[in-house]
Design a protein around this ligand. Structure first.
Ligand SMILES: [Zn+2]
Length: 236
């Protein structure tokens, strides 16, 4: 392969950098979506709480009406008790009054209980309103942060893509064909660094013949994973 491995190394580093920037850009919409989900969840909780309060208030109104109707009935019975013509009739009315009074006592307790429930749901509703305000503020913050970060990343992407284009310009036409084919199907994963005596991409040990070629600075295609191999940067 008529290309120096430092060129391949450079190409790979730039491709990895580009892939990282792109993946960071892609994270943006996901973060916005997650923040929106928090807002929607808070809205739902508040709405459910408000619906419960409404339903419990209606229930109380209905029971209070029932209570008043039965009170009127008791009042009627009391009037009739005085005009009872015999003891049996008197006793029957008395029993009826006792039964209705008992039923109203139960109903009063139920109304009180529901009113207490409404109180606690109203307190909960206030909490949910606060939570909603917080999530909405958080969403605005996320929107702004993501927009700012994506703008910076896009500048960075343009810069690194420019650098890559400069390196690609200098490739020989025949290497360029192989390189483009590899990169179009595998992206940054088309290349790997030699790790000791193995392919850094698939960890397969390489034959001495391949290692010799690589050590002489010639990039070589890994026979196992087909990644284009190059030597790591010399630290000296
Ligand atoms: Zn490999």
């Amino acid at each position: 392969m008529n290309v120096s491995d430092s060129v391949v190394r450079n190409l790979h580093q730039l491709l990895v950098q580009i892939a990282e920037i792109k993946s960071q850009i892609e994270r943006g919409p996901r973060q916005i979506k997650a923040a929106q989900l928090q807002v929607d969840t808070a809205k739902d909780a508040l709405q459910k709480c408000k619906d419960t309060i409404k339903q419990k208030k209606m229930e109380t109104d209905r029971k209070q009406l029932q209570l008043r109707e039965r009170e009127a009935k008791i009042h009627d019975w009391e009037g009739k008790m005085n005009s009872a013509t015999n003891n049996r009739e008197f006793q029957a009315i008395k029993e009826q009054i006792a039964a209705d009074t008992q039923a109203n006592n139960v109903l009063s307790d139920e109304i009180l209980e529901t009113l207490e429930e409404i109180d606690s749901f109203q307190a909960l509703s206030k909490e949910y309103e606060e939570k909603l305000k917080l999530t909405e503020a958080e969403k605005v913050k996320t929107d702004n942060n993501v927009a700012a970060r994506i703008a910076t990343l896009q500048q960075e992407l343009i810069r690194v893509e420019g650098n890559l284009a400069k390196v690609e310009e200098q490739l020989t036409p025949e290497f360029k064909v192989d390189y483009k084919r590899l990169v179009s199907s595998r992206g940054a994963d088309a290349m790997a660094q030699l790790e000791d005596v193995s392919c850094g991409g698939c960890n397969t040990g390489l034959t001495p013949r391949i290692l010799d070629k690589l050590r002489m600075g010639n990039p070589f295609v890994c026979p196992s994973c087909s990644r284009l191999l190059y030597r790591p940067e010399c630290p000296f």
